[in-house]
Design a binder for this molecule. Structure first.
Ligand code: AKG
Ligand code: FE2
Length: 289
């Protein structure tokens, strides 16, 4: 309620397996650029090169100093087929490892949502009942922040943003850089480091959960600052399916604290956020050569 960020331990995902995922991520980003751009982002899946995304679009500023690889949900075949994968010859075992990681994260995410429902005095199957877990928009994203510092002081690894969906599960390699701002409306903004806890997921609340809970649970502004050290992270975004209508829970509204948000179709909200994030930097700079 205070931070919108917390640690998750005892999640049952094996340390060795996580190490393997990070090694695979490293192998992918170490490929020559042309191999990576062969998988350039389409339908929000695939590779996004350095500076081609900006989470907090500001006019005339360079994009974020990171490269990433997005894997969309595997739960339904039509969506799963939109994914792009490096070939087995290029990166043996890469695809099955990421797929297996996706399923593990989805299980953890769903379990965590039942705990969140209980914490709100709702029954544990609540998020399933409101159709938010019926083929959710789940995305696994590999991230690499380069170690070299850019020329501009304004440069961010990830510019300040909130996540869009229900919850995000994040693992990092322990290199610092992630910061949160507890009160997004206060000026000047105060940024606090998020400490690495070995083996724990960093979980954060997204905008949809903030809307459902009428701001009881907060979607907190966060960013990644460059530190001069290369940094890897993996984020799993669990978002409602696009036709799910997100509306403040009655149990989170009172006469003195009425609903602050009108109902919204999740897909409309997510599309707009994606459009702004990618639209501000010329889209296929991704076709860099
Ligand atoms: O890399 C990180 O630690 C955070 C990434 C992040 O906030 C995001 O991709 O939404
Ligand atoms: Fe984020």
């Amino acid at each position: 309620m205070e931070y919108g960020f917390f640690y998750l331990v005892n999640h049952n995902i094996d340390k060795e397996f996580v190490r393997e995922v990070f090694n695979h991520s490293n192998n992918f980003f170490s490929l020559p650029l042309e191999h990576k751009t062969n998988l350039a982002r389409k339908a929000y899946r695939g590779y996004t090169p350095l500076y081609c995304e900006q989470l907090n679009p500001a006019p005339d500023s360079k994009g974020d100093s990171k490269e990433s690889f997005y894997i969309g949900t595997l739960e339904d075949t039509t969506s799963a087929n939109l994914n792009q994968w490096p070939s087995q010859e290029l990166l043996p075992d890469w695809k099955p490892t990421m797929e297996s990681f996706f399923w593990k994260l989805l299980t953890v995410g769903k379990e965590l949502l039942s705990l969140i429902a209980l914490s709100l005095n709702l029954d544990e199957g609540f998020f399933k009942k409101i159709e938010s877990l019926n083929k959710p928009e789940a995305f696994l994203r590999l991230l690499r922040y380069p170690g070299e510092l850019g020329s501009s002081e304004e440069e961010y690894g990830s510019s300040p943003h909130t996540d869009y969906g229900m919850i995000t599960l994040l693992l990092t390699d322990g290199v610092p850089g992630l910061q949160i701002c507890k009160d997004k409306f206060k000026q000047p903004q105060i940024w606090e480091d998020v400490t690495h806890v070995e083996g724990a997921f960093i979980v954060n609340i997204g905008d949809m959960m903030e809307r459902w809970t009428n701001c009881l649970y907060r979607s907190t502004l966060h960013r990644v600052m460059p530190t001069g050290k290369e940094r890897y992270s993996v984020a799993f975004f669990l978002d409602p399916p696009s036709d799910c209508v997100v509306e403040c829970f009655e149990t989170c509204c009172t006469d003195s604290s009425p609903a602050r948000f009108p109902p919204i179709r999740s897909g409309d909200y997510l599309n707009e956020r994606f459009r702004v994030t990618y639209g501000s930097v010329a889209d296929l700079k991704a076709s860099v050569n």
